[in-house]
Design a protein around this ligand. Sequence first.
Ligand SMILES: NC(=O)c1ccc[n+]([C@@H]2O[C@H](COP(=O)([O-])OP(=O)(O)OC[C@H]3O[C@@H](n4cnc5c(N)ncnc54)[C@H](OP(=O)(O)O)[C@@H]3O)[C@@H](O)[C@H]2O)c1
Ligand SMILES: *[C@@H]1O[C@H](CO)[C@@H](O)[C@H](O)[C@H]1NC(C)=O
Ligand SMILES: *[C@@H]1O[C@H](CO)[C@@H](O)[C@H](O)[C@H]1NC(C)=O
Length: 375
Amino acid sequence: MTTAIDILWASPWLLCIGLVLFVVAPALVAIEQTAPYSFKPYRWPSKIWSVDEIPNLTGKVALVTGANGGIGVETCVELVRNGAQVFMGCRSEEKFQKARNTIDKLLDERGPARDNRKKGQVLYFECDVSSLALAKKAATVFLAHPQAKRLDVAYFCAGAPSTWGARPLSEDGIDLIMATNCTNQLAMLDELYPLIKKTSRHSASSCRIIFISSNTEFWANLRWPLGVEPTFNSWKDVNDPRRSENARYAQSKLAQALLARKLSSDLSNENIACLALHPGEIDNDFVHRMLPWTQYNRYLAAIIKAILIDSRQGALTGLFAATAKEVDEKRLSGQFLTYPATIIQPSAFARNDVLGRKAWELQMDLIQGRNLPRC
Ligand SMILES: NC(=O)c1ccc[n+]([C@@H]2O[C@H](COP(=O)([O-])OP(=O)(O)OC[C@H]3O[C@@H](n4cnc5c(N)ncnc54)[C@H](OP(=O)(O)O)[C@@H]3O)[C@@H](O)[C@H]2O)c1
Ligand SMILES: *[C@@H]1O[C@H](CO)[C@@H](O)[C@H](O)[C@H]1NC(C)=O
Ligand SMILES: *[C@@H]1O[C@H](CO)[C@@H](O)[C@H](O)[C@H]1NC(C)=O
């Protein structure tokens, strides 16, 4: 029933991409190169919500995975600037130090936040989510930290580098993209729940669980001959070799969207909000890795720069989800957000609660050691 709609949905997008590539982008590049200032219509600040509206986060604790990445660093800057203690999950202390230097520089540049509130601090914990064991270890390391007495925001932003054509499995025998993007971070969350629940019971505003998904979740809907529809019936299905790398990426992002919806409904009696979101199309390492030719061609790099948003804006929607009081006032838990801090309706699959339960059960069984994948 949804097949025809899904494909129709896809074609206006293809049309838009064509228009952008062949008409809008060259025009913007021309303007970009002649204008005395950076002219980027898409970068106009959001009127909907801005980081100046972040509430006082003094006393709150946040945990961020993939914290040294493009979106991660910008997110940490604003959380710290508004008073939070931010545990930055990075794969090595060296990466953390480098990110911390950038954060200090940005904090100096931006100055204090609204009403001169005191800034918080960044802390390091080692966090690699490429296997279940490592992800669980990361949660344990965090929980053992003497300053991890509460957890107000769990922000899952880590993303594996593109595997271009190859389709590696994680140590646990599941598609590596699915593992890093979703399952292993759910394993972390599973360990963190007790602390989040405890925190939420003594907190006026809700605790937040945030998954950085992507609007590419939509592509996971495509059925044969365009795609292989996800069922989450088994790991064999998730790992299906007929799924291209992009389709696997989409599948993992769909799983995150489903997860946010499922957890939100499971946690509806708790003071905890859970959201998934698309951060926007961002000009950072992430995109450059996906489109390696941008590194070699100045012209193409300029097109990308002209039409995409930067990491600072890419962090906006996640910061809204993680801190804004509107999330409680408007009961946004379980919704899917997109740049700039706007609610949108995700694909029909991402709204399918039966599929959501299957995806959740499949992953939780693995996390709790009940069904090991056979490959
Ligand atoms: N950029 C976009 O246009 C866009 C669009 C939609 C969605 N997203 C999503 O936004 C998220 C953040 O992207 P970004 O733009 O900030 O990209 P990025 O700069 O590449 O950041 C990715 C982060 O994830 C970390 N990471 C990768 N593999 C990991 C692992 N196995 N364990 C722990 N950490 C790992 C990286 O750490 P290392 O430095 O150690 O590799 C890095 O800190 C991603 O989940 C991506 O899917 C981005
Ligand atoms: C922020 O909150 C803390 C703790 O509740 C409080 O001590 C501080 O005065 C607040 N700062 C501002 C500027 O309101
Ligand atoms: C998901 O996997 C893709 C491909 O490996 C990667 O590019 C992306 O950053 C990952 N996203 C997340 C949230 O882990």
